[in-house]
Design a protein. Structure first.
Length: 362
């Protein structure tokens, strides 16, 4: 590159020197002969410089071609090596698949799913019940099990179902429901429309009504309610591996012994609590029933005891109160409706007793 620059600079000087020569018309014959000699010499120099430049360009082009050829050969080599490596990896994958298939035929099959969240507290505690020296938790509703399983309990057919499955439960995300708040101190007088007495809420509202949990020195288990009251228990945790399991999976059980003492000095076991934690797919949940949530002072209103849907006009749902003798007319409460999806004709209110509530501890 430096040689090219020198050559070009020389051409530039020679060209400029020719342009700066004195006016030819003013030269005599002797001066013209001398000037011709000078120009001839310069022309020869330019020819030599041009020849050298052409040679240099030719050499550089040759070098570039060699480099391109070398790079192309290297590219082909890498592609060939990659094909060989891919072929070997495919052989390894095939071998592994065959090995996994072989393992799954045994009675001690291990799931190959990789979606397990190792940072979740319940997922870790299910496997390792580490001491809880001083911990605080919030109950967070994660999923709801809606419905139950029903099928013919014999081999054969009948006129109604012909041995078919009648019903199956669903495990739904907490956001698949709307949580309705009943306004406090609402009136149940004649002509009152319930749509004027309810407010739709989301899952955050539901979670805000749940109590907080504190564990002290791995012994004292305290449930703190929204109204400021609290209950304390001595707790014990154990793994259940008997026939009472969850689809071949162990159950984690926490037993909370209430500290309240009866008048005769005996323990008030009626206020004891038993919580069970189930592994579902690759997550562990605390499973609570309607009755257990009522025990935690969560005021879930049963549809059959409170509000029933009886007609729908222009997408507006009208409801009537029923069985009013079973509920107070001045209280706060929550009832649930399932949000409409593609497979549903409409959204309806549901009986909270028909649901198993799956919680995480955060």
């Amino acid at each position: 590159m430096k040689q090219k620059i020198i050559i070009l600079f020389t051409i530039y000087l020679l060209f400029n020197s020719a342009l700066s020569a004195q006016n030819i018309e003013k030269m005599n014959k002797s001066e013209l002969r001398e000037h011709i000699v000078i120009l001839t010499t310069k022309i020869d120099s330019l020819k030599n410089a041009n020849f050298y430049l052409e040679q240099s360009i030719s050499v550089e082009i040759s070098i570039k071609k060699e480099l391109i050829l070398k790079n192309e050969n290297e590219r082909k080599r890498i592609i060939s090596e990659n094909k060989i490596a891919i072929s070997k990896l495919n052989e390894i994958i095939t071998t592994l698949k065959n090995s996994i298939s072989s393992v799954q035929t045994s009675s001690n099959v291990v799931s190959t799913s990789t979606t397990f969240n190792r940072n979740d507290f319940l997922n870790k505690y299910y496997f390792d019940q580490i001491p809880l020296p001083n911990n605080s938790f919030s109950l967070v509703l994660s999923k709801l099990v809606y419905g139950d399983k029903s099928s013919a309990n014999y081999i054969g057919y009948d006129e109604d179902y012909q041995g078919a499955v009648r019903r199956l439960p669903e495990i739904l995300d907490a956001n698949a429901f709307t949580y309705w708040e009943v306004k406090p101190n609402f009136s149940l007088g004649g002509g009152s429309r319930p749509e004027n007495d309810i407010i739709s809420k989301n899952i955050d509202y539901f979670n805000s009504k749940l109590p907080k949990i504190e564990v002290l020195k791995n012994k004292l288990f305290t449930i703190k309610y929204n109204d400021g009251s609290e209950e304390s228990f001595l707790f014990n945790v154990k793994q259940i591996e008997s026939d009472d399991n969850n689809n071949q999976r162990k159950i984690l059980q926490i037993e909370l012994a209430n500290e309240e003492v009866k008048a005769d000095g005996s323990n008030n076991t009626a206020k004891d609590i038993v919580w069970r934690f189930f592994a579902i797919e690759n997550e562990c949940y605390l499973a609570l029933t309607f009755g257990q949530l009522i025990r935690l002072n969560l005021n879930l209103i049963s549809v059959k005891r409170g509000i029933e849907v009886f007609s729908k006009t222009n997408q507006t749902i009208y409801m009537e109160y029923s069985n009013l003798g079973y509920r107070n007319s001045n209280r706060e409460g929550i009832f649930l409706s399932r949000n409409k999806d593609l497979f549903m004709a409409s959204s309806n209110y549901i009986n909270p007793k028909e649901i198993i509530y799956l919680f995480k501890l955060k």
